[in-house]
Design a protein around this ligand. Structure first.
Ligand code: FNR
Length: 423
């Protein structure tokens, strides 16, 4: 944090607002109405979105002076390695809506801070390109369990081959939430061919698209010229469709006239997820990968216990940033019971509503092993690209470090419930 204050002394203004509300407001001005709605929005009347953040207000940090906190250490043990900070970047899909460099910029910023980056299944660049953008960075791969098992297996094979350290299976999106802002704008980025790069770069997905095109156009589709179907043409076709969508802001009908990208988007919509998924299915993931498997979207303590029983290597407490069920349990309120049931057997990652360093501190004090950030880094990305992501994350880290020291601690391991007072 001294770097940040020193920059201030020398008159260098921050590239993005430091305050969380002003950061969001600045992103609103920087982004298109659709992009901002997609990123900032939550489900329903957005009660969960607000409650996630408000839940931190139920906890206060005790200041404890005179404890020699001159040397402080934010590092933690996580997935078999010492990490310089207890933060992770949560998986955020369709970041091309925030910035053209999307996941590449996020990966570079995360790597420069030593913060693991959870790459979304809905990313805008194939995972191999994200690796190449920041080869030394630590990456986890987030999977939306597809209706097609071969595709799941293929995505996980690629995650392993491209150096991801773990697989995060997101369990709360087997149906897409009732996202009122997006509904009002009649906007869903996936139907524009955005956020499907992980799929269109996948050989199994490409095969599914080829099969679909061979079956012939559906009755509603306009007549289309013949296409030669190679993996390259499938990927290139979708890229063209994506560009078209971005340039004209138009919809599926306008921009996806050619049968190939259209078939890709339709295939994506078919296979994206499956509401029929059950606990029994999870065993298959073990056959598909040797990587540690974390389950994201666990909120109920019984599910946390079951996750450990089925052999999960970590539990990620999340309600998707309030984007799935409105009026659902704020994750911070669920955290203590989950931590208790897990009893230290596997790491507990926490997200939803973390906006500043003291929020992260509270989640760590309540027993989270690591804390993941979502929207704040998307806002940084939208305002200032890679630098904006770095600043957004660094600001949270700086305030976390200050809170650690002012509450009389020198390491994350020392921080426990005793650091807090419940209001
Ligand atoms: C998400 N989230 C998400 N989760 C996931 O598992 N895969 C994904 O592709 C996405 N995509 C996504 C896009 C956007 C724009 C947002 C805001 C969120 C959920 C995300 O990983 C995380 O759980 C929340 O963002 C955490 O809440 P905060 O920090 O945004 O309040």
């Amino acid at each position: 944090q001294s770097e940040i204050y020193r920059a201030g002394i020398s008159g260098t203004k921050p590239g993005i607002p430091v305050d969380a509300d002003r950061l969001e407001e600045s992103a609103r001005r920087a982004l298109s109405a659709e992009a901002f709605a997609y990123i900032a929005g939550g489900a329903g009347a957005e009660r969960t979105l607000r409650a996630n953040a408000a839940a931190f207000g139920r906890w206060q940090v005790w200041p404890r002076p005179l404890r020699d906190v001159a040397a402080r250490d934010l590092s933690i043990d996580f997935l078999g390695r010492r990490r310089p900070t207890p933060l992770l970047l949560a998986p955020l899909g369709v970041m091309e809506m925030a910035h053209g460099d999307a996941d590449l910029a996020v990966a570079r910023a995360a790597a420069s801070l030593g913060v693991p980056y959870t790459l979304s299944n809905q990313a805008s660049f194939p995972m191999e390109e994200v690796r190449d953008a920041a080869p030394d960075g630590s990456r986890l791969f987030q999977l939306y369990w597809s209706a097609d098992d071969e595709l799941n297996a293929s995505l996980l094979r690629r995650a392993e081959a491209s150096g991801c350290e773990a697989v995060v299976v997101t369990l709360d999106t087997h149906l897409l939430g009732w996202r009122t802002r997006d509904l009002d704008l009649a906007y869903l980025p996936f139907t524009r061919g955005m956020g499907i790069a992980q799929y269109t770069s996948d050989p199994v997905f490409q095969q599914l698209v080829r099969e679909r095109v061979r079956r012939g156009p559906d009755a509603a589709a306009p007549p289309a010229p013949p296409v030669r179907l190679t993996p390259q043409t499938v990927a290139a076709g979708v890229k063209i469709a994506r560009k078209g969508a971005a340039l004209t802001g138009g919809g599926l009908r306008e921009n996806l006239r050619s049968p190939l990208p259209r078939a890709a988007v339709e295939t994506f919509l078919d296979v994206f997820s499956t509401p029929a998924l059950t606990w029994d299915d999870l065993a298959k993931a073990r056959e598909w990968t040797t990587l540690p498997i974390l389950l994201k979207g666990i909120v109920h303590p019984d599910d946390a216990a079951r996750a450990v029983d089925v052999g999960a290597d970590g539990v990620w407490v999340s309600n998707h940033g309030g984007r799935q069920i409105d009026q659902s349990v704020p994750t911070l309120e669920a955290l203590p019971a989950v931590v208790e049931r897990i009893g230290g057997r596997v790491p507990v990652i926490f997200d939803s509503g973390v906006r500043q360093g003291s929020d992260a501190f509270i989640a760590l004090a309540l027993g989270a092993t690591a804390v993941a950030i979502g929207r704040p880094y998307a806002y940084g990305l939208g305002i200032a690209g890679e630098d904006g992501v770095r600043e957004a994350v660094r600001n949270i880290l700086a305030e976390l470090d200050i809170t650690l020291g002012l509450s009389g601690h020198t390491s994350i391991a020392e921080v426990g419930r005793g650091a807090l007072r419940e209001v």
